[in-house]
Ligand binder design. Sequence first.
Ligand code: FES
Ligand code: FE
Length: 375
Amino acid sequence: MTTAVGSLLATLPGDRYTDPDNFRREQERIFETEWFCAVRAADLEGPGAFRTVQVGRESVLVTRNRRGELRAFLNVCRHRGARLCTEQAGQVRRSLQCPYHAWTYDLDGRLTAAPNLTRMPDVDRSAFGLHTVPLREWLGYAWVCLAAEPPSFEETVMADVAERLGGGEVIGHYGIESLALGRRHTYDVAANWKLIVENFMECYHCATIHPELTEVLPEFADGFAAQYYVGHGPSFAPEAEGFTVDGRAGFARLPGVPDAHDRRYYALTVRPQVFVNLVPDHVIWHRMFPMAADRTVVECDWLYAPDVVVSGADLSPSVELFHRVNVQDFDACERTQPAMASRAYRQGGVLVPSEHHIGEFHTWVTERLGEDTDR
Ligand code: FES
Ligand code: FE
């Protein structure tokens, strides 16, 4: 969607943020088609640990099998369709048992027991295993894909990261897969997922709503479009000792972070639903779960070197900085959402030059919906 308004680009029309039919098409053609970052692998500690997440219109069950591998399934019993696991997280001993008629599946999704089924020898149990969902583990997260034929993970997710972060080397310096979870906040945001992506992609708003962030990253006070030009990594203010809410020192630099990346901030979006922030001593990893046209759950992980978490050090000064940024951003998105239905926004709004890269995101969305991008 690259319509121009004078020298400015237009945004998407308001109904793209409110219309349930449009949202359903996005679920189908984006979240159920692309690789989707579902769970943090370390959240599933041992065999039988499970999590359930919403991916598009489906509930997906991610669990760890007896060999320690992650597996993903549609969270639907093959008998009469009951939700197999209703909790968001839990632990089973060795099998998943449906609470309705007690069909039982092993941790690889095979149907292992069903009351009275043995009396029906012509029923082939192997035909009634759980529907498996392709899963890839990368950077400590389990990514799943609901497409009948998943696109190449390397050519989509990994290439996306490489393109946005100078060849993909930068992300490797942070050793994300071996970091430990220090803190997690979950935000239930009354806004369309695209408003959240757009917000994350521009820093035109930074001077207005992020006083703490611009103290540490003064460049952002100029409204610099940070998320697409992150390759250079904006520098911390000279007086900021660390990426903390009050500028106090953080923790030791992560072992792989080179001098050139010290005291710098990198951020990127991984389409369709991940945002990552990299600073020398920690990584902030957001996963978005679009629930409705006007509701998005965002789960945000603060990841540190394992010895920092084990030491019991006070993480609050660093967590508080980006927690405030998140609250400020999500408040702005929630303020915007109701106005998407106004006649004033029927044709959409505009993107100033420092936001023009958001037009590329609109084109990406529009193409996936199979619509004409020049309308
Ligand atoms: Fe699951 Fe009947 S619906 S056992
Ligand atoms: Fe922001």
